[in-house]
Design a binder for this molecule. Sequence first.
Ligand SMILES: [Zn+2]
Length: 328
Amino acid sequence: MQFFTHRALPLMLALALWPAAHVQAQSVSAPQADAASTHVNMSAQRVSKLAWYVEGLSAMGSSANQNFISNAGFVITPAGVVVMDALGSPALAEQLLAEIRKLTPLPVTHVIVTHYHADHIYGLQTFKAQGARIVAHGAAREYLQSDTARLRMESSRQELFPWIDENTRLVPADQWINGPTELTVGCVRFMLQPVGPSHTPEDLVIYLPQDKVLFAGDLVFRNRIPYVGQADSDHWIQALERLLTFDTAVVVPGHGPLSNEATNDMALTRDYLVYLRRSMAEAAKNMEPFDAAYDAADWSRFERLPLFRAVNRMNAYNTYLLMEREVK
Ligand SMILES: [Zn+2]
């Protein structure tokens, strides 16, 4: 155990300097049994000695892909399996469980939630039913009780039917954490670090010191344009700067393939956020209209990334609104 402790020291130092995290419905037809027999392509890939992950598609969520658009990770310890994120539907979570069962008969003891966006948590009820303990950051409680979460679920029941239906529900954590937390399962240590408000108020990253693996949640997107939404991009950039100081061999991003080049990949997400802010800040300050600012910006560095057309304009608009608020 001493061995892990000294390896984790740079992380702990980085974390000690970290600011405290801030708190923050239906369809008919299409019999579920038929649809549920269709599987998406999912196969667990090895990350390190103990860690594995499955990689979601670089796409928007749809009935056709069962909402398999985000990654989930898992670590096999001698005492059970710890899962990072639960995927975007209960059916996907079942498939993830089947992948885990190919590797070990041990039960899933914990699911650690990196944040409560739909594509990462709609599978939680499957793990909960198996007896897993759900662990997440306390800032998500506000979201879970919000109209936004309820309305999102209602529209998902339409858009993602039959994978999301009236039986799909939002599952709160069994253990809410509010600061850096260590979890030890079967002598394997997991360091849970709040990094919100960034992508969401409740962002958590999970560091596995034994293998130097960082499960970065949606702080890191690869091979696609990040989804910015209501993110606090200023804190997000600062969080990435911190993550860049970790002693990391492999990063498992929230979306996209594994990274052995943590620095480059985190830097791309960071540079994108920095550019969004820079290009929109000037316009917001001068009260220039958004459309003109958007057209004047040079997107050439990012426009070849997948989902640029789907999300860049919305990201820029959300950032423009954020910049207006920050200027005031
Ligand atoms: Zn996501």
